[in-house]
Design a protein around this ligand. Sequence first.
Ligand SMILES: Cc1cc2nc3c(=O)[nH]c(=O)nc-3n(C[C@H](O)[C@H](O)[C@H](O)COP(=O)(O)OP(=O)(O)OC[C@H]3O[C@@H](n4cnc5c(N)ncnc54)[C@H](O)[C@@H]3O)c2cc1C
Length: 300
Amino acid sequence: MQYDCIIVGGGFAGLQAAIQLGRYRHKVAVIDAAEGRSTLCRSYHNLIGFPNGVSGAELLASGKKQAEQLGISFIKAFVVRAEREEAGLLLHTNDDRSYRGKRLLLATGVKDRLPNFPDLIPCLGISAYICPDCDGYEVADQQTLVLGAGNAGANMALTLTHWTTDLIYVNHERSPIDPDLRSLLADKGIPYIEQSIRTVHVDQAQFKGVILEDGTSLACGRCFVAFGGNEVRSGIAKQLGAELMDNKHIVVDPRTKRTSAEYVWAAGDVTAHSEMVTIAMGDGSQAAIWIHKSLIATSK
Ligand SMILES: Cc1cc2nc3c(=O)[nH]c(=O)nc-3n(C[C@H](O)[C@H](O)[C@H](O)COP(=O)(O)OP(=O)(O)OC[C@H]3O[C@@H](n4cnc5c(N)ncnc54)[C@H](O)[C@@H]3O)c2cc1C
């Protein structure tokens, strides 16, 4: 069987595209490993309609239900390989199955490099944050720890001065920092600590602070995490010969979201843009419109 379109990734970009393609009544499968950013965030605060926040899990569940009502198939698997066929694309998953599609939408997102503190995970989006554009407002005028590594953490601390000056930067990995950034931290009065963190203190989803390796306790109700080195999940695009940027994001046409590889589109965080829910959804819709145009053009 050949689907009209296979979407790899069932986060917000993939789901929104699936809903739009379902409304065109195309035969669509979403292959999703269900371990993306959208599964991590416990509360999104910057979305219309949710002034008190909404969790990624809740938003995903309602989007999936909406897509299923439109006849979209969901396959829980990880796509490990893709190849081109004469009439479309063939995708291989980690459970040794294969799926054929006339068109392919890659909505595989970005994987954050997070420190190995499992207790911190329930705090994400509630009292621990990663994206200043999304959540800088949540720490406005509040004491905030930046837990990070090298330049990434330093840049995060400096960015957050737009909202709060009550910041401490803990360089947990003790990675080198450019001297210019060290000076800027000093100029802004941001204490800089080069020590690994022994324990993260959390109560329910509330971040409470950290204990450093020398036993120093830093009590604080908010933190930002900035380790750098996030993984842009563009491997399948690369296999199919699509053009990537130096930072590994997939290059797409701004209007159509089409990649440079035939029959392949991309949407959401895996393309180069501000990494946000609303933008991922918008990308997904836009890609779906142009996938539809392409499908009906070839069926005429
Ligand atoms: C802690 C945190 C807080 C955030 N807070 C905000 C916020 O407040 N506001 C905001 O707008 N944004 C926020 N974001 C960013 C937002 O979550 C992302 O911009 C959004 O999830 C991007 O959607 P996406 O569909 O592109 O990718 P994702 O949501 O990451 O979905 C990608 C999906 O693809 C799947 N996948 C990847 N590779 C494969 C493969 N090979 N085979 C099968 N499946 C695959 C993944 O498992 C995943 O389900 C936050 C992110 C994090 C991590």
